[in-house]
Design a protein around this ligand. Structure first.
Ligand SMILES: [Zn+2]
Ligand SMILES: [Zn+2]
Length: 322
């Protein structure tokens, strides 16, 4: 018997988006061709998801000319479906406080038009960033407007899309750019500290000094209270032989949270004291340069104070690299 292709509007949309994020899987991310299709598929998928929301309101709304809508045409597909601009107009009418940023979708659309209709010359990184921004917007829309009426299978597939996205560099970058002001203000006011997210493993999980405040990841949106976060981290630790007790507050809340390029970062989830152990840096620090000695004398720093300042600079530089 011949197999049929049978997809609902929502299945079809999710499927397109899933195909669009595939180049984000590390092995294939280098291919320029795959990114071209990523743009086309993502735009198609976004349109379908937005149409699905209209359809949930009333099926006739997905017809460009609603006055010509009939159930028969809906079944046969013999009609022009609503164009993008009209689609957005209708969504604005039916969803109170429609919170959708059109800018990233417009940019994706213009890139898609260039690809489909004439020629395109764009840096791969710019293309990836455009895709990441639009993807973030449709993920937000899915969470707020579509997830609630979807099947478990659809939710699982969309979760997979989200997992692939949050592992991808350009996606992480646009999220951190989006929340830069917020993260900076938390860090400079020292009310919170950025540590590794147990879910998406990006350096974007903010733990607050205030124990009651819910901690959250600025990349994947995952939220944990501080106690659960600590439990999660302890669960990951295997044969770790470091002191879990914080030397400042004496609580068993010290964690080792990042090791990279010979640098180990520790922090205390209670008082937020952090330590950066960089063997190479320590070695260099012991050999103070004359300019360091002048700086120390000028500001009247003790060697410990000076070390702390240098360490802080080192840490900022290190975190900035992520
Ligand atoms: Zn995360
Ligand atoms: Zn502490």
């Amino acid at each position: 018997m011949e197999k049929n292709i049978k997809l609902t509007l929502l299945d079809n949309g999710i499927d397109y988006i899933y195909t669009a994020v595939k180049p984000m899987l590390k092995k294939t991310s280098q291919s320029k061709d795959s990114w071209k299709y990523s743009v086309l598929h993502l735009y198609a998928g976004i349109q379908l998801l937005l149409k699905e929301r209209l359809k949930q309101e009333h099926w006739s709304l997905i017809f460009q000319k609603t006055e010509e809508a009939t159930p028969e045409k809906l079944v046969t597909g013999d009609f022009s479906s609503v164009y993008y601009d009209e689609l957005i107009k209708r969504l604005k009418k039916i969803i109170p406080n429609f919170n959708f940023n059109e800018e990233p979708i417009k940019n994706l659309k213009s890139l898609r038009n260039k690809i489909e209709h004439f020629e395109v010359n764009i840096a791969l990184s710019e293309c990836q960033y455009t895709v990441a921004l639009a993807l973030d917007e449709i993920i937000k829309f899915w969470e707020s407007d579509l997830k609630v009426n979807s099947t478990v299978k659809q939710q699982q597939k969309f979760q997979k899309i989200k997992s692939i996205a949050t592992e991808f560099k350009a996606y992480r970058k646009q999220r951190l750019d989006k929340f830069k002001k917020e993260i900076d203000s938390i860090e400079t006011s020292e009310s919170g500290l950025r540590v590794l997210c147990p879910d998406c493993s990006s350096l974007s999980f903010v733990v607050f000094k205030n124990d009651i405040k819910e901690c959250q990841c600025f990349v994947c949106d995952k939220k944990y209270n501080k106690h659960d976060y600590l439990q999660k981290i302890r669960g990951f630790e295997r044969d770790e032989d470091y002191d879990p007790i914080c030397s400042a507050c004496q609580k068993e809340t010290r964690i080792k949270y990042l090791i990279k390029d010979g640098v180990t970062l520790y922090c205390c989830l209670k008082c937020l004291k952090y330590e950066l152990i960089d063997l190479e840096f320590e070695e260099n620090f012991r050999q103070l340069k004359w300019i360091d000695i002048i700086t120390m004398q000028k500001h009247n720093y003790t060697i410990d104070e000076f070390y702390e300042i240098q360490l802080d600079k080192q840490r900022q530089m290190y975190l900035g690299k992520e």
